[in-house]
Ligand binder design. Structure first.
Ligand code: SAH
Ligand code: SF4
Length: 382
């Protein structure tokens, strides 16, 4: 199988171009086709000599994600279901930074990307782990999630511009000289889609290098948040990387008893080990860690959890994100009442913890990880 061109760093491609005795500027032309124009065919790369395009074609594949289904509308949370070459399904979720409160469409978007097909970690509450683990995503499949969403956005923008006869004031500004297709929609990434990111460490890190690079998608490392269920050794490894990403820990329980019950990973890396790894990460990277804490009725929302949670948060100077649980078809768990959510929030605030309660965007479109895929797969067998 050929390596995909979007799995290659500029350095790797440069080495190949040297072997082909191509001048350096050809490489920059190629990268512009790939990451600024998001081209999906070699033939589109008209300023590259035909012979070079032929060489590229025989050395590399040029894959793109196929959009199978999309939910949500522009300027709200939108969910993309992609079909991969082997017919596996993965999801990405596009979240506007500030929904159009004053009728101004937001131009800053966060994309939530997947890193695996399924997940091996089997957290009891999560749709992604329900049907087990299929495989790791390849580098280009992670990179393409960003490019494919931006490609889709560019097509939508040009379609609505053609459709309206008058100048369209509702479209995001694309800059003066940039063609609409080159407009960058996504400024932030959260690695919180399907899969456990740190279990696909090498592919993810290479993909993030490409997405971060100025010649790639140009997304700042500080605008990239990785979420993990708590793989302590990989957290330490990440701490030693030169690129500084934000780290979110899916805590969901402040004691081993609660965590053991809902997250099997805790038996392997119990809280003591997880917290020590977070300490190390903070010490090496000097970055604030976030604790994700989904509130599940009767499981982890008791006020007796607030004390240990506050202690952990204070110890690591971590911020806490409370997220009301999204029900998953076929699973017994439920989100607590709004009163119970507020009470938990207040208990943490009282203990001087920096905490937010997320009023879920996209609850209505299965925005939690793995849910659209699960539903689609069930519909396909039905
Ligand atoms: N595997 C990684 C990243 C993907 S999950 C991790 O676990 O951190 C992204 C986040 O969604 C995690 O915090 C996860 O616990 C949470 N999540 C999973 N199922 C959910 C649901 N049904 N409702 C709300 N959050 C959920
Ligand atoms: Fe996997 Fe994260 Fe879901 Fe747990 S919460 S099963 S680690 S995707």
């Amino acid at each position: 199988m050929l390596a995909d061109i979007k799995s290659q760093t500029a350095e790797e491609l440069q080495a190949q171009f040297r072997l082909w005795q191509q001048p350096a500027y050809r490489l920059w032309q190629l990268l512009e086709w790939l990451y600024a124009h998001r081209s999906t065919s070699w033939d589109a790369m008209t300023n590259l000599p035909k012979a070079l395009r032929g060489q590229l074609r025989t050395h590399y594949s040029l894959g793109a994600l196929e959009l199978l289904r999309k939910q949500g509308s522009r300027d709200t949370t939108q969910k993309f279901l992609w079909r991969l070459k082997d017919h596996s399904l993965i999801e990405s979720v596009l979240i506007p930074a500030s929904p159009s409160l004053y009728g101004e469409p937001s131009d800053r978007h966060t994309l939530c990307v997947s890193t695996q097909v399924g997940c091996a970690y089997g957290c009891r509450f999560c749709a992604s782990g329900l049907e087990g683990f299929k495989r790791n995503l390849r580098v280009e499949e992670i990179v393409e999630q960003v490019l494919a969403v931006e490609r889709w956005n560019a097509q939508e923008s040009s379609r609505s511009q053609v459709e309206s006869s008058k100048p369209d004031a509702t479209q995001p500004a694309t800059g003066n000289s940039q063609p609409a297709t080159d407009h960058r929609l996504i400024s932030n990434l959260v690695i919180m889609g399907m899969g456990e990111p740190l279990a696909n460490y090498d592919n993810l890190l290479k993909a993030l290098k490409i997405l971060n690079a100025p010649w790639g998608a140009g997304i700042g490392a500080r605008k990239i948040t990785l979420s993990t269920s708590g793989l302590a050794p990989q957290i330490r490894k990440l701490a030693d990387e030169p690129l500084q990403f934000r780290l979110a820990i899916s805590l969901h329980g402040a004691t081993d008893v609660v965590r053991d019950r809902i997250m099997p990973v805790n038996r392997k890396y119990p809280l003591r080990e997880l917290v020590a790894a977070c300490d190390y990460y903070q010490h090496k990277q000097g970055r604030m860690i976030t604790f994700e804490y989904i509130l599940i009725a009767g499981v982890n929302d008791g006020l007796e959890q607030a004390g240990p949670l506050a202690a952990l948060a204070r110890r690591l100077s971590a911020k806490v994100n409370l997220i009301p649980y999204n029900t998953v078809q076929g699973l017994p768990w439920e989100r607590p009442s709004e009163q119970a959510q507020e009470a938990f929030l207040k208990a943490l605030q009282k203990q001087k913890v920096t905490v937010t309660l997320r009023r879920e965007k996209g609850h209505d479109i299965d925005a939690a990880c793995g849910q659209l895929r699960l539903r689609t797969e069930r519909e396909m067998v039905a």
